[in-house]
Design a protein. Sequence first.
Length: 451
Amino acid sequence: MSVDNTIESRLELTPSGPLSGPIELNAFQLLMRDWTQLGPYNAAQALCVAGLPDSSRWETSIQEVISALGLGCPRVEGTRAFFYPIQPIHVPVIADANLESLAGQQMNLPFAEGDFPIRFFIITAVDRHWLLAVYNHWIADSFAMRSVIRNVFHRYCDSRAPLAPLTLAAPGFRSLFGRYLGRFPLLTRIRMSSANSLRHLQAYRLNMVDPLDFHSVVSLRQLPEGLVEDLRHQARILHCTVHDLFLTALAWACGRLTAADRYRPRRRHSRTKIALGTIVDIRHCASRPLTDVFGLYLSCCTMVVDKPETRRLHELVRSIGSHSRWIKQSNQAVRRFGTLKTAHIWYRLLGDPLHQAGFFQKASPTIAGISNVNLTGDWMDQNQALATVGPKVLDYIRISPTGPLLPMVFTLTTIGRRLSLSVTYRTTALKQEALDTVISDFIAALMELAR
């Protein structure tokens, strides 16, 4: 399947100057931008709507929302981004395309410097269609992109519908999160970075055949309807969260995948443990509400687990749940944000692309990442329940990138009784058969935990 990827939204410098900016980029955004020098670091979201699309109305809605936001083609100068005017956004309409294939193709297609950082597509089927948005990840987190798609959908449903407030302007990162970063941020960053490296000393590192090969494949799965309700019930019984159950299932599946290689005798220290990374939205920790800000406010936490495949699932849940509670109660995700700044400094000092590509797997080897969002009660869930006239939302899917940080990422999205899973994996790290096995084991562990 071929798609015309020429987006009519290249940088168009005008005497009037930028539409908006400067916007101060945080350490994670700057790191992501550097990753795009090695390979694409794109994310994607897809909204499924009942009925056939009105492509002209979608294009108009997108244009109006983007114009109201002031988003344009980015130009970055140091740590500041400016956004310049764009030409009209063209949205290709593709009949009967495979969402998984198209999303995978677009995840591997880099955004050139000066490109508008979002590509939109409409995929049509017999009784429904998808609005697919693929975006350069440094520009926005999942929450920000959902906010854009929300406004686009509401304007598509009603051309006079008011747009929910959304802006590019926001205070600097330190003014928002400074109380978590310590009185001596440099010393705090060094201490936390050292502790993080020590925790990963015995963590298993999945071999990358070619560290500079960032080609990835996307696999989409719809899990049994009602499974998430059973997981919620068991989480209450076990005094943990549904996310803890997801982490447990992923630890067990990845443990089984790597067991034979992890116990192989090594010249140095053994690597019997595995590390899992969780992408964390830190907006709720800010000194002011950020629900109206289009940007990226993410951090990550890793959990190192010893021989997970040898432990009973419920025992593993208790261990993971206890550690997760400590992470949340002490706001570790935002406190550890400084380690990203330290990593960015080291990353740039390395200079050589080969060393940069392998830096994270050597400094803090992590076998898989997980991103989990519960959209129950959100606007698309309310639309499912209430829409009797006009377009109805049928599903919503998120897709996360791997980049130099991870060999594979599991992205889970819950809407009511529906639970969707997208897995992105680097082909230089895993073969399709191994990926199918780890997904099957992950789902089997979830089914067992739901009983």
